[in-house]
Design a protein around this ligand. Structure first.
Ligand code: C2E
Ligand code: MG
Ligand code: MG
Length: 427
């Protein structure tokens, strides 16, 4: 495969576009515009176009851009007229570099190009960054990045944003994401990945943890530590977690329907949610709504939430356990859990914080060993998290740990990947 050509459209790939664009910028003597186009292909109902439909649209768009780029321009300091440039970046984004004086005409052509013959619909989001010859060291990649940032502002409603006109002091990338969040939920851009948990000695899978992911159309897969604070900030934690839990419960239900014996998948509860009676109610009803045993949906609550001065957390947990849920204390040992209090807490499993595996010292081994014996005497399961190496796995087995979770065994898997794994092991 030729890495200089985008295999679908035949346009220059990211590498060759950026190389040619750098050359052009170096010699340019007129203002240029970098037009960054995120094609975003949807049916009106919000569904993705079929693959063939999408391909047709992308090929058509490539043709339009090729003809716009092909018009000779007097852009360079040599007297020879040369063509503009277009290409397709590895993320699937289309880019066009042309003189700014032709920018408006090009935008009209792109927006109104005859794409209506397809059944799907075409709602590109477009970002534009300008190159001024006063900056002789400008790099094409930086220009693309700026146009991409502007584009991300408009990614959800389609439309055009000019980088120079955005007040970037006011709008940080977080702000952009914050504005996108409500629609991202509506557009089902959130997904759930599943990280398996194993019995260490036998390598048998015993369960999994549901971990939220935001599959952002431009920025790619975002991790929860990054976006959950934003979800919180825009007061959407309830909707967000309900979406994740519904996703997980319906995923389990589908597996059972298809004859696969499911293993429990634990879900995470944010500390803030223990104060929201509606969330408690929602959780209690969840297994019944999907015809599942509550045993299939253990609930993880981070250690810090167990020591809140008001006892909302304890109250909620007691209710959940009464209903048949297993309750796990997540990130155990990351804060200042009072060991003496552990005996009186309504908890079934401790998820041992990954910091315990960071260093291997005699002191740390002694600590791991005493946590295990304390767990045994209190009748608690312990699942160490963050096992990344064979040595760590062997140490835990030597000490007598039975279960574990971590990249050494498996990274979080997409719903499709986890399902394949379950099809192999759960029939
Ligand atoms: P957590 O519940 O303690 O989840 C474990 C985190 O450790 C996950 O990060 C997982 O990908 C990561 N991890 C697993 N094995 C390893 C390893 O071997 N090495 C390292 N370095 N990391 C490992 P992730 O998915 O980024 O989640 C971060 C946190 O975000 C979670 O920590 C949980 O507190 C929160 N979270 C995730 N999904 C949800 C959700 O749906 N709702 C709520 N409320 N919180 C969530
Ligand atoms: Mg967790
Ligand atoms: Mg954890």
């Amino acid at each position: 495969m030729n890495s200089l050509i985008d295999p679908l459209t035949g346009l220059p790939s990211q590498t060759s576009f950026l190389q040619q664009a750098d050359n052009l910028l170096e010699r340019a003597c007129i203002p240029l515009s970098l037009i960054y186009i995120d094609p975003r292909l949807y049916y009106e109902g919000g569904m993705l176009n079929s693959l063939e439909e999408s391909e047709k649209i992308l090929l058509h768009l490539a043709e339009v851009l090729r003809s716009l780029a092909a018009m000779p321009l007097r852009a360079s300091s040599t007297d020879e007229a040369e063509d503009g440039l277009c290409g397709r970046l590895s993320s699937g984004i289309f880019v066009l570099l042309i003189p700014t004086e032709r920018e408006q005409a090009a935008l009209d052509t792109i927006i109104h190009s005859k794409l209506s013959w397809t059944r799907g619909f075409f709602l590109p989001a477009i970002g534009i960054a300008h190159f001024h010859k006063s900056d002789p060291h400008e790099q094409a990649s930086a220009l693309c990045h700026r146009a991409g940032l502007a584009c991300s502002l408009r990614a959800l409603d389609g439309g055009i944003a000019f980088y120079d006109e955005v007040d970037w002091d006011r709008i940080s990338q977080n702000q952009v994401l914050l504005e996108e969040l409500p629609l991202a939920l509506e557009r089902k851009e959130f997904s759930v990945y599943f990280q398996p948990q194993y019995e260490l000695r036998t390598g048998k899978m015993v369960g999994a943890e549901a971990l939220a992911r935001w599959i952002h159309p431009i920025l790619g897969r975002l991790l929860p530590d990054y976006f959950i604070p934003l979800v919180n900030k825009c007061h959407m934690l309830r909707e967000f977690n309900q979406y994740i839990w519904d996703f997980t419960a319906s995923y389990l239900k589908n597996m059972i329907h298809d004859g696969i014996r499911p293993l429990p998948i634990s879900i995470n509860l944010s500390p803030e949610e223990v104060h929201d009676p509606e969330m408690g109610h929602f959780l209690e009803q969840l297994p019944d709504r999907y015809g599942l045993s509550p045993r299939l949906l253990p609930v993880e609550l981070t250690e810090s939430a167990w020591i809140t001065p008001d006892d909302d957390a304890i109250h909620l947990i007691k209710r959940l356990r009464k209903k048949g849920f297993c309750v796990m204390m997540d990130d155990f040992g990351s804060g200042f859990s009072s060991l003496s209090r552990l005996a009186s807490l309504p908890v079934d499993t401790l998820k041992l914080d990954m910091s315990f595996l960071e260093t291997d010292s005699p002191k740390n081994r002694a600590l791991l060993s005493s946590i295990l014996s304390m767990g045994r005497s209190l009748n608690l399961n312990i699942i160490p998290e963050g096992i990344e190496t064979k040595d760590q796995a062997e140490l835990l087995m030597q000490l007598g740990y039975r279960y574990g979770q971590g990249f050494y065994y498996s990274h979080p898997l997409s719903p499709g990947q986890y399902r394949k794994l379950m099809e192999k092991t759960g029939r």
